[in-house]
Design a binder for this molecule. Structure first.
Ligand SMILES: Cc1cc2nc3c(=O)[nH]c(=O)nc-3n(C[C@H](O)[C@H](O)[C@H](O)COP(=O)(O)OP(=O)(O)OC[C@H]3O[C@@H](n4cnc5c(N)ncnc54)[C@H](O)[C@@H]3O)c2cc1C
Length: 392
């Protein structure tokens, strides 16, 4: 028997689905929120090292990737970081800015999930977890969802099942399959905010596993000044994770190892410390093991005093534009988010509703909108969930 006393079924009780269901519920809509996991908001719980970096006060549309960079503008403008901060404050959840506008809970991400569940309860949302979605059909103006051994129907359906990053947590490409089933296009999904792997000549840098240093990392037209970390497989750290979202196979990633160094510093070092080696000079400004490795590759043996200024200037240029050729990423298993997803071309930027299927919505990471590292992805989940919740 099909239960059809709902106005909307939201598939996926993550960040976007919870927000969407709560907002619609509080507007008087009868909402059913379904999730195959035993627990709602699992990614919220592990996010930000368990403290959930729930927004970023520097949120602007330019800090999101999408085939249509304008798409996110409307939703982000209508539900801002200040709106989410007001909600968090109303629940007495203590928070702090860690760095670069990133807001974290002082204590636990559990408080954010509890808050969203409370908001959903205030809207009378019927939350059901722990059974597979076996089928979704559409006809006679109703979406029919088979969830475990129960069947439900409603005139509106929201796809909020996220992207395939971290499959061991139950993440999958379900949203894309469903979107395609309804004739929506999907922009090729790819791992983003993900460590890059090194091979070939770069493989020797893997010996530096564990070494971190502040850099400016560039991929495509994007540049990020934060820490880079060498790993046993390649490169990670915030600067690299950020750059990874802009990196495409076959392209280089360029690293400025000394973004704060004054031009001509190495020639200056030759004047002030002519007996020092290049490794020693670099060791003054970089971690020792990294300084050693870079100096070996710059092949300027002996004392600085014996080097021509021209060669030192050349070494300085290379240190500012060190080119790595990643041979891949660590994939969806390690990606914090998925770039690409349900094409925004088929969705209304005001409501998140599909242009070609009345009553069908898509929100959150499932959509081809991907934020920078640092709270931007949750802000998109809240904002897109809110936009759909207001429209249902
Ligand atoms: C380790 C990690 C740390 C992160 N830290 C941060 C951070 O600090 N700040 C930040 O902004 N972003 C962070 N992110 C990214 C952020 O978690 C996501 O962008 C965000 O959760 C997306 O929200 P969503 O609701 O679209 O999807 P999700 O939160 O992934 O929710 C999707 C929901 O759908 C359910 N689902 C999936 N498939 C099905 C199915 N077939 N049937 C039924 N239900 C299904 C899932 O169980 C899940 O509950 C982090 C991600 C990871 C992996």
């Amino acid at each position: 028997m099909t239960t059809n006393d709902y106005d909307a079924i939201v598939l996926g009780a993550g960040a976007a689905g919870l927000m969407c269901a709560a907002v619609a519920g509080q507007r008087g809509r009868r909402v059913l929120l379904l999730d195959h996991a035993e627990q709602v908001g699992k990614k919220i719980l592990i996010s930000g090292g368990g403290r959930c970096n729930f927004t970023n006060i520097h949120t602007v549309p330019e800090r999101y990737l999408s085939a249509n960079p304008h798409f996110a503008k409307s939703a982000l403008a209508r539900y801002t970081p200040a709106d989410f901060i007001a909600l968090v404050d109303a629940y007495g959840i203590a928070w702090h800015e860690k760095t670069l506008g990133q807001l974290f809970c002082d204590r636990s991400a559990k408080a954010v999930v509890a808050m969203l569940l409370d908001e959903a309860a205030k809207g009378g949302v019927d939350v059901r977890c722990g059974a597979p979605v076996r089928g979704v059909e559409h006809g006679d103006g109703l979406f029919r969802v088979t969830f475990g051994d129960r069947a439900f129907a409603a005139p509106n359906l929201v796809i909020a099942t996220g992207g395939p990053s971290i499959p061991k947590m139950g993440a999958s490409g379900f949203a894309y399959d469903l979107a395609r089933h309804f004739g929506l296009k999907v922009v090729e999904p790819r791992p983003a905010l993900v460590p890059l792997t090194l091979g070939g000549e770069d493989v020797l840098f893997r010996e530096l596993s564990g070494v971190a240093t502040p850099v400016e990392a560039r991929a495509g037209k994007a540049a990020f000044r934060e820490a880079a970390l060498f790993t046993h497989r390649g490169l990670s750290g915030p600067a690299i994770l950020q750059a990874s979202s802009y990196w495409r196979h076959g392209e280089p990633v360029t690293i400025d190892f000394l973004p704060d160094a004054a031009p001509g510093w190495l020639v200056e070092a030759k004047r002030s410390r002519p007996r020092a080696t290049l490794a020693a000079a670099l060791g003054g400004v970089l971690p020792d093991r990294l300084a050693q490795t870079l100096a070996e590759r710059l092949t300027l043996p002996g004392e600085l005093g014996a080097q021509a200024d021209r060669k030192l200037a050349g070494a300085e240029t290379r240190l500012k534009r060190w080119t790595f050729h990643p041979n891949g990423t660590e994939g969806f298993a390690k990606a914090e988010v998925t770039a690409g997803g349900i094409s925004t071309a088929g969705l209304s930027s005001q409501t998140m509703m599909a242009k070609s299927v009345a009553g069908l919505y898509a929100v959150g990471e499932a959509v081809d909108v991907t934020g920078w590292l640092g709270g931007y992805n949750f802000q998109w989940a809240w904002a897109s969930g809110y936009a759909a919740g207001r429209a249902l």
